[in-house]
Design a binder for this molecule. Structure first.
Ligand code: PHE
Ligand code: ZN
Length: 879
């Protein structure tokens, strides 16, 4: 079948499996080219399925060596087999066993799905449908089985043998050359949570006792020699385990919890039961090879995968349409953990930035889809910012709407009621309906309707009546396959800010809930606050209480007032962002007339903020100093975007602010210098963030001074954060000094691929015409390889995120990325399709670039023998 003719799988076609598999016994003899897999499955008819149905097991690129039913060989006519499946035409209408043997070549597995080798280490990746690349199976999440796994290997090649659950036996085999280990996982699980690891690995370990008294051995496994970089991951694990006990009442449920870092991994990490497998960039950290951002991501992703043990594993998904049931909820949980470990407002601001730059962008283009999609051709293309990040926002809104206590009762009910099951969004929401007594039928539309709603707000103060009337209206633009949109339930957290703080909110409107939350659940709403004794400035969508675009009728003066006076830190930050965004949008459409005045206003506001009597929190201040990115401005413009112009006006504004503040920023930097040794803790990381944000502004506003500071910082730095910031600042300043620094950085980190990924990306992001040639040359760098996802996404992904150079007017940027997508598709379709996703905003470009982007997409689409992954993205991008 041609990939573009792949069947559309629809939510409404869901049927329970006709067969269940209660237990799986695997016996796997690891070998680089000939790994033998012997599976023994205990099957029985599913009472909820069709009686007497044939049994069709999934496969993917498999060869069958043997199949026996109840230990009797099957007649050839009794079954049909292909690499994609094994069908038994008339299985017995009772419980029976199947023995299946397959042989795999893990060394040749470049897709990094199923069993493969990463730097000599055997490992697996089974979500979403990789288990079928190991043995024929009912590879669907609602078939849950108890696994016992025997692993065997040459001791020299794989001294460490790990699988899910608890270790029950391990020994050398006669002769002493080979050994085995048996792992048993008592918790029934879907096949996508199966994992094994075999190889030479070092580890760090720690004992842990759960709140309910279970002793757990925790360990983090890494490549030999890297155990010194595993401590932060282990420390994060301990902290997130305690947090989940305290905040969600969730205890760990096995005697062992292992984390393994591998260097070739398509995604961030994977929550396999008791055996999380990670992309090593989210495990390894020391001060000279990981940035503050890396430390924070490691903490967040360790927590994310650990939290899946309850939200994903104990309670899994009925089908892949319910992906957000585990992902959105687990992102919400990891965001809350990080907020508690660090600064809550700063975490919120960072998350909103990510949401806008990734999810809003997706929602605004041809790849837009609901948090719960209704149909897919390739599920691997739905591990998206919409499912993850917007999915988390939906949970956050639910909590705002029903209140923290009802939310907590609903979670408890969910854990109690759905434990051990493969659940749906409906079952999840029912728990909150019961816990809160509220009807959530309209709220559920967030799961079904794609697109980012716009809320338009306007207000009027009546001095005589001492009243303030607020009008809110919502609309959602059409998205692919969804022309008509209905109103969604939008919680708008708000305040009315007066001369000395928040005014009381007095209103009779039923739209007003407790705690300053107005619920906009119709197309529009008007509500009047009384006893408003002075003209207020409305502070709307506090804490970003809903994933919407907000259009305000406030002038810059009002926004600057909010920046200095709002009690909500998120909205203080947002106020300044809004001032900048509006000016940049206007200028990016060609009207630069107000840009310099806005720059002066912003510089004044920032100067007062930084120089005030009390020093602002550094991490927060760093966020305030960082303007919206050019891509955010482009998205707000929305159509006929000229990337060069947007970049130009962004530079102009940034340089003007940086120039005006240069002296003050230099002084500020001096005051923020660290004395003690490096620590990744939030406070020093916040100071570094502020110093480095200041450096970036100086580099643009006063390049000569910026270059001097950056070069000095590079030489003095005792940590990667400061070195990277110096490099990034220098990339803004063309010239020989920049090239020298790039060379020095590359030499310094020649043996450190994860650091070189950042170095490659920094160069790929240079907004200059020479960048394409530079990137092509870097593909020849000894550290680069098309076989490693981190290298590809660092260099090529970095380039595809370069607003002006990916979108070169001659179309060469598109052609380059499209060629790589096509080449990569032959070895790793998942990474190829992710890269092709870089075209998601092509329709908003001005006509010339739009035509060239379309040509490149059509060329990809017309390529013979595309994977389903790439064919699906190409078709939807053009659709
Ligand atoms: N389930 C993983 C997570 O969210 C992501 C993932 C998906 C990893 C598919 C690998 C393959 O943590
Ligand atoms: Zn996840």
């Amino acid at each position: 079948m041609r990939a573009e003719d792949a069947p559309l799988i629809r939510l409404e076609d869901y049927r329970p499996s006709d067969w269940l598999i209660d237990t799986v016994d695997l016996d796997i003899a690891l070998d680089p080219a000939r790994t033998k897999v012997r599976a023994l499955l205990q099957l029985r008819p599913n009472p909820a399925g069709r009686a007497g149905a044939p049994l069709t097991l999934d496969g993917d690129e498999l060869t069958l060596d043997l199949v026996m039913l109840d230990d009797v060989a099957l007649e050839p006519a009794a079954y049909a087999v292909s690499p994609q499946g094994l069908t038994i035409h008339a299985p017995p209408r009772r419980a029976f066993s199947l023995r299946i043997e397959t042989t795999l070549d893990p060394g040749a597995n470049t897709k990094l799905m199923g069993l493969y080798r990463s730097s000599g280490v055997y490992c697996t990746q089974c979500e979403a449908d990789g288990f079928r690349r190991i043995t024929y199976f009912l590879d669907r999440p609602d078939v849950m089985s108890v696994y016992t796994v025997r692993l065997e290997a040459r001791k020299a090649e794989a001294p460490v043998l790990l699988s899910n659950g608890n270790l029950v036996a391990a020994a050398e085999l006669p002769g002493g050359e080979r050994h085995f280990a048996v792992w048993h996982d008592p918790h029934p699980k879907p096949a996508y949570l199966f994992a094994l690891v075999g190889g030479r690995l070092d580890h760090v370990r720690q004992d842990y006792v759960t709140g309910d008294g279970r002793k757990v051995e925790l360990a983090v496994y890494v490549e030999p020699g890297k155990a010194g970089r595993a401590g932060w991951a282990l420390d994060s694990l301990v902290r997130c385990m305690r947090w989940d006990e305290r905040v969600f009442g969730r205890n760990y449920d096995l005697d062992v919890f292992n984390v393994v870092a591998v260097s070739d991994f398509n995604m961030g990490a994977m929550e396999n039961k008791g055996l999380n497998i990670f992309n090593d960039k989210y495990v390894l950290a020391d001060p000279l090879t990981a940035s503050d951002g890396d430390y924070a991501s490691i903490e967040a992703i360790i927590a994310h995968e650990y939290f899946h043990n309850w939200t994903g594993n104990r309670i899994t998904c009925r089908d892949w349409f319910q992906l957000c049931l585990k992902e959105g909820l687990t992102v919400y949980r990891d965001q809350e953990f990080s907020a508690d470990e660090r600064s809550r407002p700063v975490k919120r601001i960072a998350d909103v930035r990510t949401l806008r730059s990734t999810q809003f962008a997706e929602d605004a283009g041809p790849l837009a889809h609901p948090v719960r999609p209704r149909a897919y051709k390739e599920i691997n293309n739905f591990y998206t910012p919409t499912v993850y990040e917007k999915g988390a926002e939906v949970i956050r809104m639910l909590k705002v709407l029903i209140g923290a206590e009802a939310f907590s009762r609903g979670m408890d009910l969910y854990f109690e009621r759905c434990d051990g099951t493969a659940a749906t969004i409906e079952e999840f929401l029912d728990c909150f309906v019961e816990a809160s007594g509220q009807d959530l039928a309209d709220f559920a539309r967030w799961y079904e309707q794609a697109g980012t709603p716009t809320v338009v707000a306007s207000g009027r103060y009546d001095a005589d009546a001492a009243s303030y009337t607020l009008q809110l209206a919502q609309s959602t633009p059409a998205t692919p396959g969804q022309a008509e949109k209905r109103p969604v339930v939008i919680p708008v957290a708000l305040g009315l800010v007066g001369r000395s703080g928040d005014l009381p909110l007095t209103t009779l409107s039923p739209a007003m809930k407790a705690d300053g939350v107005v619920v906009l659940d119709q197309a529009s709403l008007s509500l009047t606050f009384t006893e408003v004794t002075e003209p207020p400035t409305p502070s709307l969508l506090r804490g970003f209480s809903a994933p919407v675009r907000l259009e305000l009728d406030l002038g810059d003066g009002d926004l600057l007032r909010l920046f200095s006076a709002d009690s909500d830190p998120y909205n203080r930050w947002q106020a300044l962002q809004t001032v900048a965004t509006r000016a940049l949008v206007r200028a990016g459409k060609g009207d630069r007339s107000a840009l310099d005045a806005t720059a002066a206003d912003l510089a004044d506001a920032l100067s007062g903020f930084l120089g005030g009597p009390t020093l602002p929190d550094s991490a927060f201040a760093a966020q305030v100093l960082r303007l919206p990115a050019p891509a955010d401005v482009a998205r707000e413009i929305g159509r006929d975007v000229d990337p060069e112009l947007v970049h130009g006006v962004h530079r102009q504004l940034t340089a003007a602010i940086g120039g005006a503040l240069a002296a003050q920023l230099m002084q500020l930097r001096t005051g923020l210098s660290e004395r003690g040794p490096y620590s990744p803790a939030a406070a020093p990381a916040g100071r570094r963030a502020l110093r480095n944000e200041a450096l970036g502004l100086i580099a643009l506003g006063a390049p000569a001074q910026g270059a001097r500071l950056a070069l000095a910082q590079f030489d003095e730095a005792d940590n990667l954060t400061d070195r990277l910031a110096a490099l990034a600042a220098m990339t803004l300043i063309p010239g020989p000094e920049r090239e020298t620094l790039i060379g020095r950085f590359g030499d310094l980190y020649a043996g450190e691929p994860l650091v070189l990924d950042k170095w490659l990306m920094a160069q790929a992001l240079i907004p200059e015409e020479g960048t394409l040639a530079r990137v092509k040359a870097l593909m020849g760098h000894p550290a680069f390889s098309l076989g490693n996802p981190n290298r590809v996404l660092g260099l090529i992904g970095g380039f595809a995120a370069n607003l002006t150079q990916f979108n070169r007017p001659d179309g060469e940027g598109y052609g380059f990325v499209a060629d790589i997508v096509i080449a990569l598709d032959r070895t790793n379709p998942q990474v190829a399709s992710r890269l092709l996703g870089s075209f998601k905003s092509w329709r908003m470009l001005e006509a010339g670039r739009r035509a060239k982007a379309e040509t490149a997409l059509r060329m990809v689409k017309a390529t013979p023998n595309l994977s389903r992954d790439v064919a699906d993205i190409a078709a939807r991008s053009l659709g």
